[in-house]
Design a binder for this molecule. Structure first.
Ligand SMILES: Nc1ncnc2c1ncn2[C@@H]1O[C@H](COP(=O)(O)OP(=O)(O)OP(=O)(O)O)[C@@H](O)[C@H]1O
Length: 279
């Protein structure tokens, strides 16, 4: 279980003032749960994920993993970012093997384990290819294989499909559900896309902004794998959208000042409820 306890985070700005990015964040993530963080741009989603990864410090509050406070990165937490952070000079196989070489794994097991996870993300045919020879979706699959091969209990994913085209994104959403069902990892997933959050999550933590705080937590009670958001899932999307609308308007007013004149129905929602840079 991950316990997020009273997290506050301030960043010092260039003019010397402090910007409070996260305020009073409290929630628990159960073992094996799939949780999404959804909210307007700048509400601190990535900051919270980085704090849990141990890559960023808190101003106050703490993160407990299995009741132990974390003080930095650890092999219990794997991270996948929006841009697959692969080494360009290494093949897919060597990229996946890289982390395993520093882990406590026997030499003869390293390749076996790497190949197992490359196969899980359906990249076996490309195991000897270099990152520049792969599509964006394949690179992201390789990054997921690399994180999974380390066998972390927790997978932290920061908009992993955000830079991909719609079809690839849908395919990877489906694959991720299958991987999650099989591996039962605890997954924390940051996204801008309501449909993606509803499709993938057990619970969706909706953030408000200025400062970032939890606005509402939605439970998604639907069987998996989920392929299409219809009926109940679509209704849930609309409920989440209603909560987010207020926050998005706040961000737009802040960015546009007097030029902002909101009319009902004027926000440019796309069919996937992907609100681009405003959520
Ligand atoms: N290292 C840093 N130093 C100063 N300010 C920072 C730093 N990292 C993030 N911020 C600020 O903190 C706020 C929250 O950023 P963060 O990236 O966590 O938001 P986000 O919700 O993930 O946004 P997005 O959805 O656009 O990625 C932003 O205003 C950002 O400019």
């Amino acid at each position: 279980m991950i316990t997020i306890k009273n997290i506050h985070k301030k960043f010092r700005q260039k003019d010397g003032s402090d910007l409070t990015v996260l305020k009073n964040i409290n929630f628990k993530i159960q073992e094996g749960e799939f949780i999404s963080l959804l909210g307007p741009s700048g509400c601190g989603k990535s900051t919270l994920l980085n704090i849990i990864a141990g890559l960023e410090s808190t101003s106050s509050g703490k993160i407990l993993v299995e009741n132990k406070e974390i003080n930095g990165p650890g092999s219990d937490r794997g991270v996948v970012f929006q841009e697959a952070a692969l080494f360009p000079w290494l093949s897919v196989l060597d990229n996946v093997k890289f982390g395993l070489k520093n882990a406590n794994i026997k030499e003869n097991q390293i390749e076996k384990q790497a190949l197992k996870y490359i196969s899980k993300v359906h990249l076996s045919k490309f195991q000897d290819s270099y990152p520049h020879q792969l599509s964006g979706g394949m690179r992201q699959r390789a990054a997921i294989a690399r994180a999974l091969a380390m066998n972390p209990k927790i997978l932290l994913m920061d908009e992993p499909f955000g830079a991909l085209d719609e079809q690839t994104r849908m395919m990877l959403q489906y694959e991720l559900q299958k991987i999650w069902l099989e591996s039962k990892k605890t997954i924390l997933f940051v996204t801008h896309n309501i449909r993606e959050a509803v499709q993938l999550s057990d619970r969706i933590v909706v953030f408000g902004t200025q400062p970032g705080r939890i606005k509402e937590i939605f439970e998604v009670k639907a069987a998996r794998p989920r392929k299409e958001n219809k009926g109940y899932l679509l209704e849930l999307e609309n409920r989440i959208l209603a909560v987010l609308k207020e926050e998005i308007e706040k961000v737009m007013k802040e960015e546009m000042g007097d030029a902002y004149n909101f009319e009902e129905g004027s926000l440019p929602w796309d069919p996937n409820r992907n609100m681009g840079s405003h959520i």
